[in-house]
Design a protein around this ligand. Structure first.
Ligand SMILES: Nc1ncnc2c1ncn2[C@@H]1O[C@H](COP(=O)(O)OP(=O)(O)OP(=O)(O)O)[C@@H](O)[C@H]1O
Length: 308
């Protein structure tokens, strides 16, 4: 469990973190979302014991970080945006090196490295890390983060520059990590690709959490933001005719009529579902497009106010 209690950090009179109080429970995948300068990195550095808060405290499993830095560091795995590896060594050799730094015995190392390589889909990959793709490096970074079997995993901007397959692999791995009971904190300024795996998201702005809730809650509240237009993607199992739901401004159907990209004046997902059901067409997906989600998040950032 991670706890922040009234955490404050000031730089040159500016509150980078401004009275942050937050609890992240065991097994939770918490997405900390905020624009550049919101205070995410400062929060994470304090959680890792790398900088001291001006006031307040961070606790990991009830242990106060600034008073017990060594004990706490053994129980967290931190993955920065750019993970450093030895380019001329294989994935297994790199992990073996980091495992030795933690004093893990030779007997334990072999089995642990095998299971981590299996988890991140790099089993049997013999080539040197210098020849890895961005996605492979990222997955190896997650394995490195888990090498000391920590209870808490902290990932900074984990999907930056990943292709869709990389993002999908990442989501699968994060889910598996959380299923094993570990607590995961993901920090990003663009969380739409990973938020779907987060059990909770917190939107941070100017050192404070301005909204907290599940991803579904967040997308459900988008209507109350009164965005000028929303984009909704619909996919069905059988071809559909022209949708007639009021509020549709534009509809772009695929040639097989099983997909449509809708621009609407409000959130009409429920009405679209109703119309499809009345036509006996089964929807496969009725979801807000990621651009709409980004617009909503930007709207929070710009207002800096709590969510309605
Ligand atoms: N070492 C420092 N000295 C002075 N000001 C700092 C320092 N570190 C951070 N800040 C300021 O504190 C505020 C919060 O920065 P922080 O890096 O924590 O935000 P962030 O949400 O992580 O953004 P980013 O995604 O850009 O890293 C910003 O105004 C930043 O300029």
């Amino acid at each position: 469990m991670i706890e922040f209690r009234d955490l404050v950090k000031t730089y040159n009179g500016v509150n980078a973190v401004d009275g942050l109080s937050l609890t992240i429970n065991d097994g939770e995948i918490y997405g900390l979302l905020g624009p550049n300068g919101a205070g995410k990195s400062t929060t994470i550095l304090m959680l890792c014991g790398l900088i001291q808060p001006d006031s307040g405290e961070c606790l990991i499993n009830g242990v106060e970080v600034s008073k017990n830095p060594i004990e706490v560091k053994r129980n967290i795995g931190y993955m920065p945006e750019d993970v450093g590896f030895y380019q001329n060594m294989s994935a297994a050799q790199n992990l073996d090196f980091f495992a030795r730094l933690f004093g893990i015995t030779a007997d334990e190392r072999g089995a642990r490295i095998d299971s981590l390589l299996e988890l991140v889909g790099l089993s049997g990959v013999e080539k040197k890390v210098g020849g890895f793709s961005k996605g492979m490096r990222q997955r190896l970074g997650i394995a490195k983060t888990l090498i000391n079997d920590p209870d808490v995993i902290i990932l900074d901007e984990p999907t930056a520059n990943l292709d869709p397959q990389g993002v999908a692999d990442y989501r699968r791995i994060i889910r598996q990590i959380s299923e094993s009971g570990k607590t995961v904190l993901v920090s990003s300024h663009i969380l739409s690709e990973v938020s779907k795996v987060c059990t909770k998201i917190g939107i941070m702005c100017r050192g404070k959490i301005v909204h907290e809730g599940s991803w579904d809650n967040f997308t459900d509240s988008i209507n109350s933001l009164k965005l000028p237009e929303l984009r909704i993607n619909v996919e069905t199992t059988t071809p559909m005719g022209e949708l007639t739901v009021p509020g549709i401004i534009e509809a772009d159907y695929s040639s097989d009529r099983k997909k449509v990209k809708i621009i609407s004046s409000s959130d009409i997902r429920a009405e679209i579902a109703e119309e499809l059901f009345s036509l006996k067409i089964i929807p496969r997906e009725i979801a807000l497009d990621s651009t709409t989600v980004e617009d909503a998040i930007l709207s929070f950032y710009n207002s800096g106010e709590a969510m309605p």
